[in-house]
Design a protein around this ligand. Structure first.
Ligand code: BTN
Length: 224
């Protein structure tokens, strides 16, 4: 496996962002980065703080599903304090940032499956979970949780083999998680600043949709 050191220093060194990823809280193993990020946000952590784990023992997926999160993958949560009006755009932002960073780090093209999966060749390579605390018209915080299958041999996980893929399985070689993470943090900040400058991400997000023009079945829940 590519030796990639996910320490705070390795991620933040010369990282070209103003705030996203300027503080990284790294754990070799953790139940879920969502839980720690939520606690940090409630205590007023700086915007852009990232909680990162090499492995999660109780990773959270959408609709209360478990998210498989072994060593070799990326599992991180980012704390943001956006205004409430950005909320509908944040899922577009996160999925576009993943598509861009996968391409920048590996050359692989991926597509978005609405609302928040990223696929390569029709199989899921990334899941995104957003949890927000909203009171009245005020957004207290939003946590964007991103899980990317990076160095995962799907043959070792028959339960998800038919529907999932990983960057290493697609390329036939291991991939530097550090490179994907650093591209991802830069992209998230760039798109977040674009949103706050009044730019719309809709057209680009729509162009990246795998479901464009297809009939979709929608299930709703409080988290997306
Ligand atoms: C899904 O597709 O169901 C969403 C999966 C989200 C997984 C990520 S991994 C990092 C963060 N921590 C978690 O416990 N879940 C999210």
């Amino acid at each position: 496996m590519v030796a990639d050191n996910l320490s705070e220093a390795a991620i933040t060194r010369d990282l070209e962002t103003r705030f996203v990823g300027q503080r990284v809280i790294y754990y070799p193993s953790l139940t879920s980065t969502m839980e720690v990020a939520k606690r940090e946000a409630q205590q007023g952590a700086a915007e852009g703080t990232v909680v990162l784990a090499d492995e999660q023992t109780a990773g959270k997926g959408r609709l209360k599903r478990l998210w498989l999160s072994p060593v070799g993958n990326i599992a991180l949560s980012i704390i943001l304090y956006p205004s409430l009006s950005y909320l509908p755009s944040l899922i577009m932002l996160a999925s576009l940032a993943v598509v861009h960073s996968i391409e920048a780090a590996t050359g692989l093209k991926s597509q978005i499956k609405w609302p928040n999966d990223v696929l390569i060749n029709g199989r899921k390579v990334c899941g995104i979970l957003m949890e927000s605390d909203v009171q009245g018209n005020t957004m207290n915080y939003t946590i964007i949780g991103i899980g990317i299958n990076v160095n995962l041999r799907l043959a070792d996980f028959p339960e998800i083999l038919p529907i999932a893929t990983s960057l290493s399985d697609e390329l036939g070689r291991d991939v530097s998680r550090l490179s994907v993470i650093r591209h991802l943090l830069v992209e998230i900040e760039r798109l977040y600043l674009a949103l706050s400058n009044g730019e719309s991400l809709y057209q680009e997000w729509r162009d990246s949709l795998v479901t464009l023009g297809k009939r979709v079945h929608v299930k709703t829940d409080q988290t997306i």
